[in-house]
Design a protein around this ligand. Structure first.
Ligand SMILES: C[S@@+](CC[C@H](N)C(=O)[O-])C[C@H]1O[C@@H](n2cnc3c(N)ncnc32)[C@H](O)[C@@H]1O
Length: 230
């Protein structure tokens, strides 16, 4: 478990959603919805949103799913989960305090797993990232789907540089100013430019045992949704 990351989200929990919406010009909401629409098309009855934070993705999943679907939201930050649980929209979502590296679920438990804006946080080391992805693979039933919504890297060098500049200057400063968490938004602005380009991330997924990897890119490639089968 990464205690440093856990501390960052404990500090940033109360302003997290507002800052996220502001810094992405509310597009984070749109792309969670897009992700939940993919989940709806795939179906299944046991869905997990991992690194669920304040439960925004889990809420989207709950909204699109039918009454038979069981939606679980797991995160290792109690302050983030508490906010999620306290929302009126959290009815019917099962909240679980859990580290993504050692999830308290049996093999083949889920039909579908989502993760939004969090893979970057798991581990910068490729081998360790693969261990986390293998953990998701373990709890997905064979043929189950993993959906990853995350920041990504635009192909155009000019757009990529502008994007990284925006993250280093605006995201870091505005995030620090509103949240009061210097470490949190330093960390965020550090991880975004260093995360995999979408094709490398597809390879990482394959190395973790996933197949049939599909990719959707948004906003000139600054964000991406990867979909893969266990
Ligand atoms: C940027 S937030 C994303 C929250 C949410 N998924 C969303 O769409 O807004 C990252 C979340 O990942 C969680 N997280 C990071 N590493 C984790 C780990 N190893 N196990 C469980 N949760 C983790 C943090 O506590 C935080 O709530």
């Amino acid at each position: 478990m990464n205690k440093g990351v856990q501390k960052i989200y404990a500090e940033a929990a109360y302003t997290y959603e507002m800052i996220n919406h502001l810094l992405t010009f509310w597009l984070d909401i749109l792309w969670r919805r897009k992700t939940s629409q993919i989940a709806l098309r795939i179906g299944g009855i046991k869905w997990l949103d991992v690194c669920s934070g304040t439960g925004e993705m889990a809420t989207n999943l709950r909204e699109v799913s039918n009454s038979k679907t069981v939606v679980t939201s797991a995160d290792f930050s109690l302050p983030m989960l508490r906010i999620g649980k306290s929302k009126p929209t959290s009815d019917g979502i099962h909240f679980t305090l859990a580290d993504a590296g050692a999830l308290p679920f049996a093999d083949d438990s889920f039909d579908l797993i989502t993760i939004s804006y969090a893979t970057r946080n798991l581990n910068p080391n490729r081998a360790k990232m693969i261990e986390y992805l293998k953990e998701f693979h373990r709890i997905l039933r064979p043929g189950g789907t993993f959906i990853n919504l995350e920041t990504s890297q635009p192909d155009s060098l000019m757009i990529r540089n502008l994007y990284h500049l925006y993250v280093r200057m605006a995201v870091r400063r505005i995030g620090q100013f509103i949240s009061g968490s210097k470490t949190g938004y330093n960390y965020l602005s550090y991880t975004v430019p260093r995360f995999y380009n979408p094709f490398e991330f597809a390879n990482v997924l394959k190395e973790a045992g996933f197949s049939d990897v599909r990719l959707k890119r948004m906003l000139f490639g600054a964000f991406a949704i990867h979909q893969a089968k266990a």
